[in-house]
Structures are given as structure tokens and as C-alpha cells.
Ligand binder design. Structure first.
Ligand code: SIN
Length: 530
């Protein structure tokens, strides 16, 4: 039995752009909302987003169009995006950005309006940014100080979604910082838990990104899809082999301003690889780096370089203060030295299957932001589309949630989940296995090796570390199962034993969990429901 109980009409788990937008909008309708996060208020993937928000404001962006943005997104998605989701989210983007500006976000502007840059896969300069390369931090700042922000419990690790006997989500269990377990009853639960970069040994994601939302949704019986598509960012600051955990990003916008990738011999990495060269879609660039390193140019196997010496020093310092600081920390002067970089886990393109209002296949359970799979990203997310998706989907979920709340369910009818808690001892080994066998370039034998070795060893005590260990193990197994099922290469999923895309495989792999057993099937995403 829980140590304590509380109640809110809606609980929103996660404090990135999607969760905060949804929470503020729902609270504005008079519905009671509680925000929950295991970390500090701004500890979310959003905070670390550097490059910006990809958005076309038709009337102002001469030479660009929402149609071109849709086209680029579909191309990057490798044939797996849902065209309806792409069209809707990108079309609603300009209004959502205007709403964010109205809430106090300041984007970088010049005499002719907002400044725009280019990132990989975009055919036009359409990425707006803030603080140079501190876009996510500005979005977090503005939303956390916005009028109407509802109450928040920080330092509370959500354990699981609680359902009633009819299978409806009716609350969550949480582990408080003092070690007590609470039950928070609710009429709807919104998962906005962000990413899963810590499934791997090195990631751009902050420490909170341990796949909690994926694991909770699986245990609650929701359908997940496209999990095999973990996007690796090509340019993450390399500070030595074996360095683990959260690594500093070197935003793609540095290439947008003219920097180029070179290997240890000084040869261009992207020459002849793709018509967009250094600004090819991210999966193409990460794969090109991986292939180049396999040949150990100049005897170097673990990193290449980003040569930004062509960018004027004052421009670099003004546009990229975050990158400049990260380089300075490790003694690199990007004005005179190429920056050592290597790919690292960055963004999970798949997630909990939702419709275009964030509804999942579990009634009363919603998912928005990186944890969700709307169909926008397909097999590879187009750079800087994710903040936009979080913003739009936060608004869209909030638009339907108040009228979909089902009150009056039998409060005695709860099915309390078991405590998800595992020994945290094998965490480093599991992350190393995922990096070795489920990174860029996978095959059946390696995936089987990882799946056999990554094991959840249940414990009876619970701490944030043991709960994260349980979630990491389940989310890793789900990703591995999806990667095994996709016997082709597409987007971020590169199978060395199936190197080509199969035209008949442009269909999602769905992963579900029943009685603790994971299963996969291809095609039917399941029925989403309020
Ligand atoms: C970057 O700034 O390169 C990252 C942007 C993104 O992941 O969309």
C-alpha cells in the first residue's frame, strides 16, 4: 500500500516543452493539473536543445514554404513518416511559435525579423534560435516563468501508471525524495517524459533521459512503435575514448554557418556522399562518419573533426556561446583548431503510439513530446523538428483533455502495479552493450548478444537508481526487439546484415508488453482512445 495519497484531475509527467505547454493550457481551463518530475524543474531534453525550432512563417519567409518543410521532413523520415501527422504539425507550427513568443520566449532577431539558420536535411534557412545556441534553455525559462504554470512536485520519480479494473489510467505511483511511495489519483495521465539517450553509453541527453516513459507505457499495456530508430547526432564533442554519460553537443547549426567535417588526415568526410554535403540528413552524416572511422584514417578510429575555422571568431562566439564554452572547458579553440567530434545517442524517433491529440491505446493515458510516436519523424527526425512537435502536441493534447476527463470511476477499483525496481549494478555494462550492438550498424548476432545479456535483476528496495535500472532494461529490450524485427536498413536503423531498404517494409514495428513478455508485430498500430 502507498505511504500517502494525493489527487489532481490531470497529472503531467515531465517538464520539457511538451509537458509545460500542455500543463499550462489545461490549467487555464480551470482543470486541476499537477506537474511531476524526478529532477529539477528545467532538467529536460528541451533545456539542452541548441540549434532551434524549425518553422516556416509563410508570409515572412520568402523563398520557403510549409510545403517545402513538409517535403524535407518526409524525405528525412525515410518513407516511414505519417504524412497526415507531418502536414498537421508543421502547418500548426507558426501559430504555436507565436503562442510561445506571447508567453515570453525571445528568439534571436535582426533588423528584418527573426534570424534563421539551416540544419541538416533542410532545403532552406528556417531554423529560428535563441541566445545563439541556447534555444531550449530560453524555452524552458519562458515556460517555467509563464503565467498560469500549475503546481509542480520536483524530485518525485513516477513509478508507474495506475489503471482501474477496466484498464483506464486513473493515476500514478511515485517515489518521493524521502523514499516514501505515493499514489496520485487522476482522471488522466500525460506522459511527457522525454528521451532515452541513457540507454547508450554516451548521449547528448541529460541524466533524466532514461526511457522512463517508454517503460511505464509498456507496463501499462500501451502500444509503442518505431523504437528501433534511435538518432545519433553526428557532432558531439569528443573528449577521449571511454567517456560516458551526458556529453556536450556541437550544434548542427555550426555546419549551417559553414563548418565542415574532416577526418584525421584532413580529408572531407561528406565529399561525394550526399547532394547536401555536410548538411545531409543526420542519419546520413552519422553513418558516413562511422564508415570513415572504420577505415581508421590517420590511425584514428574514434573521432573525426569539425573544422569551424572558416567562421569569423566574433560570429562564432556570438552565435555559439554554449559550444564555445564547452570547447574552452576542454582546451579547444574552435577559431584555430578543428573540434574533435563523434556521433552519440541523441533523439528517439519512436515511442508511445499516439494520435494527433496525444491519445494512446490506453484510455486516459496521453503521451506528447519525445516519448510519443506521432508519425512526424518516421525513420529519422529532421533536425529541429522536435521542439516544434512538443509545442504543437502540447497544445493539441490540452485542447481535448478537459472534455475527455472521465470522472466518477470507482476509486476502490485500482490495480496497483508492482514496484519497478532492479539492481543498478549492471547499468554501465548494459549501456556498453547497447552502444556496441544497437548503435549505428547492427546485425542479428549482436542484437541477440545484447538481448541475452541485458537482464533486469529485481530488488525489493527502491531508489531513483533502481527504478531507472528497471526502466532502462525494459526500454533496451523493447528497442532490441524492434531492431531484430526490422530486417532491412532504413533511416537511423542500419543493419549490416540487411544493408538495403526493402520497399515493402515502409511500415512501423509495434512493440507491446503483456504479463512482462515483449512482443512485436508489423503494421497495425492499435486503436487509440480517450
Ligand atoms: C542541434 O542543434 O544540432 C540539435 C538540434 C536537434 O536535435 O534538432
Amino acid at each position: 500500500m502507498p505511504d500517502w495519497e494525493a489527487r489532481s484531475q490531470v497529472v503531467v509527467v515531465g517538464t520539457g516543452v511538451a509537458g509545460l505547454t500542455c500543463a499550462i493550457d489545461v490549467a487555464a481551463t480551470g482543470v486541476s493539473v499537477l506537474l511531476l518530475t524526478k529532477g529539477a524543474p528545467d532538467e529536460a531534453n528541451t533545456y539542452w536543445a541548441q540549434g532551434g525550432v524549425a518553422v516556416v512563417r509563410n508570409e515572412r519567409d520568402a523563398g520557403d514554404s510549409v510545403g517545402a518543410h513538409i517535403y524535407d521532413t518526409l524525405v528525412a523520415g525515410g518513407g516511414l513518416s505519417d504524412a497526415a501527422a507531418v502536414g498537421m504539425i508543421l502547418t500548426e507550427g507558426p501559430a504555436a511559435v507565436a503562442g510561445l513568443v506571447a508567453r515570453g520566449a525571445h528568439f534571436d532577431a535582426g533588423p528584418d525579423g527573426l534570424l534563421r539558420t539551416r540544419e541538416g536535411g533542410h532545403s532552406a534557412n528556417r531554423v529560428i534560435h535563441a541566445g545563439g545556441d541556447a534555444t531550449g534553455a530560453e524555452i524552458e525559462r519562458s515556460l517555467l516563468s509563464a503565467d498560469g504554470l500549475p503546481g509542480m512536485l520536483t524530485g518525485h520519480q513516477v513509478l508507474d501508471v495506475v489503471r482501474n479494473a477496466a484498464g483506464r489510467a486513473v493515476g500514478v505511483t511515485v517515489l518521493a525524495e524521502d523514499g516514501t511511495v505515493g499514489l496520485i489519483r487522476a482522471d488522466a495521465v500525460v506522459l511527457a517524459t522525454g528521451g532515452a539517450g541513457h540507454l547508450y553509453a554516451a548521449t547528448t541527453n541529460p541524466d533524466v533521459a532514461t526511457g522512463d516513459g517508454l517503460a511505464m507505457a509498456l507496463r501499462a499495456g500501451a502500444a509503442l512503435a518505431d523504437l528501433e530508430f534511435m538518432q545519433f547526432h553526428p557532432t558531439v564533442l569528443f573528449t577521449g575514448g571511454g567517456v560516458r554519460g551526458h556529453r556536450p553537443l556541437v550544434t548542427e547549426a555550426v555546419r549551417g554557418e559553414g563548418a565542415v567535417l574532416i577526418d584525421a588526415t584532413g580529408a572531407r568526410v561528406m565529399a561525394g556522399v550526399h547532394p547536401l554535403g555536410d548538411l545531409a540528413p543526420r542519419d546520413v552524416v552519422s553513418l558516413a562518419i562511422t564508415r570513415r572511422l572504420a577505415g581508421a584514417p590517420g590511425g584514428v578510429r574514434d573521432h573525426v573533426f569539425l573544422d569551424a575555422t572558416g567562421i569569423a571568431p566574433d560570429v562564432f562566439a556570438r552565435r555559439f556561446p554554449t559550444v564555445s564554452a564547452a570547447c574552452a572547458d576542454v582546451g579547444i579553440d574552435p577559431n584555430t583548431q578543428p573540434i574533435p567530434v563523434a556521433p552519440a545517442a541523441h533523439y528517439h524517433c519512436g515511442g508511445v503510439v499516439t494520435d494527433l491529440f496525444g491519445r494512446t491505446t490506453v484510455p486516459g493515458l496521453y503521451a506528447i513530446g519525445e516519448v510519443a510516436r506521432t508519425g512526424l519523424h518516421g525513420a529519422n527526425r529532421l533536425a529541429s523538428n522536435s521542439l516544434l512537435e512538443g509545442l504543437v502536441m502540447g497544445e493539441r493534447a490540452a485542447a481535448v483533455l478537459p472534455r475527455e476527463l472521465e470522472t466518477g470511476h470507482d476509486d476502490h477499483d485500482l490495480v496497483l502495479p508492482e514496484l519497478p525496481s532492479c539492481s543498478a549494478e549492471g547499468r554501465d555494462d548494459a549501456q556498453a552493450l547497447m552502444s556496441a550492438h544497437a548503435g549505428i550498424g547492427r546485425d542479428a548476432a549482436g542484437l541477440a548478444t545484447a538481448a541475452a545479456a541485458i537482464r533486469a535483476r529485481p530488488t525489493t528496495t527502491a531508489s531513483r537508481a533502481t527504478v531507472e535500472a528497471a526502466n532502462l532494461a525494459l526500454a533496451s529490450q523493447a528497442l532490441l526487439a524492434a531492431a531484430v524485427a526490422r530486417t532491412e536498413s532504413r533511416g537511423c536503423h542500419v543493419r549490416t546484415d540487411f544493408p538495403a531498404a526493402s520497399p515493402d517494409r515502409a511500415t512501423s514495428v509495434v512493440v507491446e508488453c503483456r504479463d512482462g513478455i515483449l512482443s512485436t508485430h508489423v503494421g497495425d498500430l492499435g486503436r487509440v482512445t480517450a
